[in-house]
Design a protein around this ligand. Structure first.
Ligand SMILES: [Zn+2]
Length: 175
């Protein structure tokens, strides 16, 4: 009478599996063995993934964070004429020779990477269009035989300060 399994489960999953498992190798640094208790930069070294050691995972994470911060810097640059005139690092497109930022830069890169993106104007651009219409379109139009040209009254006639602020914003947006 023998009720005990030939290979006890715990024995099989630890020693036996270890012997049969393919050798691990970190895809970044190439190490294949991690000594128990090994510490690098104050962190206990272990396997973060099948083919990645914890030290390389930390390095990859830091690299991704640095790359993301660099992209944010380019993306969030103001691209007014006055900013460009000062000079510095900008993202742009050739041969058009245009400086890109914000959603425009996102879309341009996505398009280059082959991502399908909807071709809708950015919110900033649509707001600028609307603002331009608000100050450019006449609110009232009239004319009579006494005047050689028709009279057009725009927002600036009633509220010049709003009209001037709008014009300054449109200029800032490169309109
Ligand atoms: Zn590694």
């Amino acid at each position: 009478m023998n009720r005990a399994p030939a290979f006890p489960a715990h024995h099989c999953s630890s020693e036996y599996a270890k012997m049969c498992a393919p050798a691990q190798k970190c895809r970044e640094c190439g190490i294949t063995h991690i000594e128990p208790g090994c510490v690098i930069d104050g962190e206990l070294l272990c396997w973060a993934d099948e083919d990645l050691c914890s030290h390389c995972q930390d390095c990859l994470q830091k690299r991704m964070e640095a790359d993301a911060a660099r992209y944010r810097f380019l993306r969030d640059r103001q691209t007014r004429q006055v900013d460009i005139a000062v000079g510095g690092i900008f993202a742009g497109r050739v041969p058009e020779n245009t400086i890109l930022g914000g959603e425009d830069l996102d879309r341009a890169i996505d398009a280059e990477l082959g991502v399908n993106v909807p071709h809708e104007a950015t919110l900033e651009s649509r707001l600028a269009d609307c603002l331009a219409e608000c100050i450019d379109q006449p609110l009232l139009e009239g004319g009579s035989a006494e005047f050689s040209s028709p009279i057009q009254i725009r927002l600036g006639f009633f509220r010049p300060e709003i009209s001037e602020r709008a014009a300054a914003l449109l200029e800032e947006a490169g309109r």
